[in-house]
Design a protein around this ligand. Structure first.
Ligand code: TYC
Length: 126
């Protein structure tokens, strides 16, 4: 009995007829794969913005800065502030380096403008 099979090898197509392998001709396009090859983009490295505790900045000011710079609710701001207050520091947000550094500077500058030494640092995520 005559059996015909098709083999896709890389970009070349082959007929297999009774165990014999024949390359397909260029205009023989029946089994051309329809899948598109998407080039994969590297995912950007992420950075943590970290709120650091100090003995001078008022709690209410820390919460106000978390709300205005990092768009946090009062409740989240309170929890993040208290975590830094009790443990020494707290991760505020994880984002791309550019944004992380800009947000950290905005927070520092706001507090500095009011005479307080509040500190935000940034570091790469593992
Ligand atoms: N420890 C400060 C105080 O008792 C409040 C504070 C909390 C300051 C968190 C900084 O990151 C901080 N007034």
């Amino acid at each position: 009995m005559l059996t015909v099979q098709y083999i896709v090898g890389g970009l070349r197509l082959f007929h297999v007829i009774n165990g014999w392998i024949f390359p397909m001709s260029d205009n023989d396009v029946a089994l051309k794969p329809k899948t598109k090859v998407k080039p994969k983009l590297d995912k950007p490295k992420l950075y943590k913005v970290i709120l650091v505790n100090d003995d001078y900045t008022p709690r209410e000011l820390v919460i106000m800065i978390l709300k205005s710079v990092f768009r946090m609710s009062e409740e989240t701001g309170y929890r993040v502030m208290m975590t830094a207050h009790k443990l020494g520091s707290c991760v505020v947000v994880v984002c791309v380096r550019d944004i992380a550094e800009t947000k950290a500077k905005e927070g520092i500058d706001l507090a500095k403008g009011m005479g307080f030494p509040l500190m935000f640092t940034t570091e790469p995520e593992e």
